[in-house]
Design a protein around this ligand. Structure first.
Ligand SMILES: NC(=O)c1ccc[n+]([C@@H]2O[C@H](COP(=O)([O-])OP(=O)(O)OC[C@H]3O[C@@H](n4cnc5c(N)ncnc54)[C@H](O)[C@@H]3O)[C@@H](O)[C@H]2O)c1
Length: 326
């Protein structure tokens, strides 16, 4: 099995929203990157997006401009999957979320990548094991699930497929650390992995609260951004129980669980909005109204806040320094 320092070149397959940010992150950490998309036009757009992301990070004081320039030079592009993976030790796949397509791409990668290369998938929720089954090396296939926007979000889920070898998990976690990400180990290949299970449990209850008229969108969002989110940035929910006292949480769970949503399908409120085309800021309307063009401002405000919070976290990937490999 490869060791951390054997890994020098990374293939990133798919150059959309996720693939471009992932390529940027690996390049900024000093890795040589082979970025693949089917069309030259997509690759050009990806490099432009990376440039814009870097400029925003530089303006926020999270990235040195010279380091950013050097990182861009480490990215080579190609439209050919086989060529992209040929001399790589680690592959990060981010093509659209379709099992048949991912299996097809993994079969190509398996044929063309060096025999000891690790193959990882950024699937949001497809079975890692089903993707791995398209290869002759399921022990070297790992779920490596990034958060959007990938060039900024520190956690990356590392998911064990049914046949994934321990050594593949260990190496993937080490690589995550090397690129300044926090590896979150997920021991079972279950729908939603960890992040989306937690997120959707909260989203389900937020929709329930809205439907019942218990609180409006602003109140729900403020309870998180000024309350739970702030606390959870300091301690997660499990340690929160320890610090608050398990007996208290037990008592609350006893009377509250039965009152919480146990919806088994997306609630009507969400389904109706989607059916009406009110799908969020791009459509001009979601739970809030963006017809005055306030969607862009909402995104800019979110990103500015995220930059400030990232600075507070003091992770090495977001300090103005040159990469370890350069
Ligand atoms: N967008 C998110 O918030 C997010 C977060 C985490 C994980 N993911 C996962 O990452 C993966 C990619 O998502 P994205 O949002 O970057 O998608 P995207 O549509 O922005 O990009 C997909 C890329 O795949 C390429 N592609 C499209 N069809 C292809 C085909 N038939 N063969 C080969 N390449 C093809 C596209 O050119 C593009 O480069 C998905 O599995 C998604 O579930 C997305």
């Amino acid at each position: 099995m490869l060791r951390l320092n054997d890994v020098r070149t990374i293939a990133v397959i798919g150059a959309g929203v996720m693939g471009s940010g992932i390529a940027q992150t690996f390049a900024q950490a000093g890795y040589a990157v082979r970025l693949q998309a089917r069309r030259d036009e997509t690759l050009r757009a990806a490099l432009e997006r990376i440039g814009r992301n870097q400029e925003a990070m530089a303006r926020a004081g999270l990235l040195d401009r010279e380091a950013a320039r050097k990182a861009l030079l480490r990215i080579r592009t190609t439209t050919d999957v086989s060529e992209a993976v040929r001399d790589c030790q680690f592959v990060s796949e981010s093509v659209p979320e379709e099992l048949a397509l991912k299996r097809e791409i993994f079969a190509i990668m398996d044929r063309s990548a060096p025999k000891d290369a690790l193959l990882t998938t950024n699937t949001s929720g497809l079975s890692v094991s089903a993707i791995a089954a398209a290869t002759t090396r399921p022990e070297a296939v790992v779920g490596f699930h990034w958060m959007n926007p990938p060039h900024l979000m520190p956690p990356v889920e590392v998911i064990r497929g049914q046949q994934t070898a321990d050594a593949a998990i260990e190496l993937t976690c080490k690589i995550a650390g090397r690129i300044g990400r926090v590896p979150i180990r997920v021991e079972k290949d279950v729908p939603g992995f960890l992040w989306n299970r937690l997120q959707l449990a909260l989203v389900r209850e937020a929709l329930h609260v809205l439907e019942e008229g218990i609180a409006g969108p602003e109140a729900i969002d403020q309870a998180i951004t000024h309350g739970l989110g702030l606390r959870w940035a300091a301690v997660g929910p499990i340690r929160t129980m320890d610090l608050g006292g398990l007996a208290t949480f037990h008592a609350i769970a006893e009377y509250l669980y039965r009152d919480l949503s146990a919806a088994e399908a997306p609630q009507g409120l969400l389904a109706n909005k989607v059916a009406a085309g009110e799908t969020g800021h791009r459509a001009g309307r979601g739970f809030y109204d963006y017809r005055d063009g306030s969607g862009e401002a909402a995104i800019a405000a979110r990103d500015a806040r995220l930059f400030e919070l990232l600075k507070l976290q003091r992770l090495p990937a977001f300090c103005q320094q040159d990469s370890p490999h350069s």
